[in-house]
Design a protein around this ligand. Structure first.
Ligand SMILES: *[C@@H]1O[C@H](CO)[C@@H](O)[C@H](O)[C@H]1NC(C)=O
Ligand SMILES: *[C@@H]1O[C@H](CO)[C@@H](O)[C@H](O)[C@H]1NC(C)=O
Length: 441
């Protein structure tokens, strides 16, 4: 009797502790859901941006064919704070209730990844951990024979035809085994000697106009691109082959063991020449999974959507497609069916014309600014922060134009708004930089 009551006490105690720390998830699956090879699965990496996540989910739901997919959500839970974890389930329930006469996904699974990051947006190591943990759970527990996986970040919105793009990519990948990834957005960069992934974003300015700039975007075109460390493969909404998933799981195991052995969880410094596992040092000398995979899988190829099919959900008016941001590309609006895509140029990152420009411009970078002048008084009114790229396709003298390829004059309204007292609705935006390269013309 005594033993029994002690037992009972312990049992109750354990239960109380458990229910305090681990909330009961309504969407937790522990069993195999589908063991077929052609099962379609979306994995979303989430953390704390729940307003963005709600919009992200809306855009996925309104994309055609999303109901053919299983949904897995992997969420970092930092320091046992389940606030956003519970919010996410409320959002899921809300969407399910709003759409009672249609099944949104084939199944929904929500899992947590332990994190000890104290930063509001986490850090690159814990994001990497959350991604790999999500992949591992997806392939080891839920869909053991899955052949490819689509991954979204919690703060993206996607085009209505995004799943048509992924289907088209998958069928190309079936025939060409050198292609292991697909992405809905990618950017080409210069081989500028100062260009370095490890520098902060403001310094990663592109000196050469992106060949995929606005006027050149073709919604039904795909490019086969080689990973070479000079191309920005966006991991906002992408697909990867099962063989890569397996490799990433193995790699991350080594990385995680290093972090645990060195008690490094609170000491991650995402800078070059700081302590890191060899595997990271040798590939990007960073903790970001996107930069890491570009170098880890150097030489392999991906299918890139020529016209972006994803965008960061704008925060305070800024997203990937805002005219004031780095790229300024709008998300593709033309619905293309999976059998309507065509292959465009193959890109290996080393365009001959880039080499010529590089010789002429060893130290050159386009500034991240466009100047505003009042066209009545010729007064300089101020500067807008916009990434500019050298338009090597334009007539001489070459100009630094917004990297999106939008005309500089599309920024007139921004000038008038930002510097209203000086502009008085009469401002024109000007490129502050010109250069002449005789051999290009
Ligand atoms: C969505 O997919 C269905 C089924 O393939 C197709 O009939 C329909 O035309 C698609 N929607 C659009 C906008 O093309
Ligand atoms: C001055 O700029 C405004 C836009 O801010 C434009 O509408 C107007 O045509 C410009 N005037 C001249 C003389 O260029």
């Amino acid at each position: 009797m005594k033993i029994f009551s002690l037992f009972l006490l312990i049992f109750i105690f354990v239960n109380i502790v458990k229910s305090n720390t681990t909330p009961k998830s309504l969407f937790k699956n522990e069993e195999i859901i589908d063991s077929s090879e052609d099962v379609k699965v979306i994995l979303i990496m989430t953390f704390k941006r729940m307003n963005d996540f709600s919009k992200c989910l809306d855009s996925i739901i309104s994309a055609n064919h999303s109901n053919e997919y299983h949904l897995v959500l992997t969420q970092s839970v930092s320091m046992n704070d389940y606030n956003e974890y519970n919010q996410l389930e409320d959002i899921l329930n809300e969407k399910i209730n709003q759409n009672q006469n249609q099944k949104l996904f084939k199944s929904i699974t929500h899992i947590e990844t332990e994190s000890s990051s104290k930063q509001p947006y986490g850090n690159a190591y814990f994001a990497f951990k959350n991604l790999v943990h999500g992949m591992k759970f997806t392939v080891e527990k839920l869909f053991p024979n899955l052949q490819s996986l689509i991954i979204f970040e919690e703060d993206v919105e996607i085009s209505k035809d995004v799943f048509e793009f992924f289907e088209a990519s998958k069928s190309i990948m079936k025939k060409d085994k050198s292609i292991k990834f697909a992405t809905t957005a990618f950017f080409l960069h210069t081989t500028h000697p100062q260009y370095n992934w490890l520098l902060d974003k403001p310094l990663k300015r592109k000196s050469i106009r992106n060949e995929n700039s606005l006027s050149l975007l073709v919604p039904n075109q795909l490019n086969k691109v080689t990973f070479n460390g000079e191309i920005e493969f966006k991991v906002l909404s992408w697909l990867l082959d099962r063989s890569i998933i397996n490799q990433l799981i193995l790699d991350f195991n080594i990385i995680e063991n290093w972090v645990i052995e060195n008690k490094f969880e609170d000491k991650i410094e995402n800078k070059p020449n700081t302590n890191k596992p060899e595997l990271l040092k040798n590939n990007c000398d960073c903790w970001n999974h996107d930069r890491y995979l570009e170098l880890r899988f150097k030489g392999l190829k991906f299918i890139g959507s020529q016209s972006p099919r994803c965008n960061h959900i704008p925060v305070g008016g800024f997203g990937l497609s805002s005219v004031l941001d780095d790229y300024g590309f709008p998300v593709n609006q033309d619905y293309i069916k999976s059998n309507q895509f065509v292959m465009g140029d193959e890109i290996n990152g080393e365009k001959s014309v880039w080499g010529i420009v590089k010789e002429f411009l060893p130290k050159f970078e386009c500034p991240s600014r466009i100047n505003c002048y009042n066209n009545q008084t010729n007064q300089y009114c101020g500067t807008l922060k916009v990434s500019t790229c050298l338009n090597i396709w334009g007539p001489p003298p070459l100009q630094c134009v917004p990297c999106s390829g939008r005309k500089t004059s599309t920024l007139d309204p921004q000038c008038n708004q930002e510097f209203s007292s000086c502009c008085k609705e009469n401002c024109n935006a000007h490129n502050p930089f010109f250069i002449s390269i005789p051999s290009l013309h």
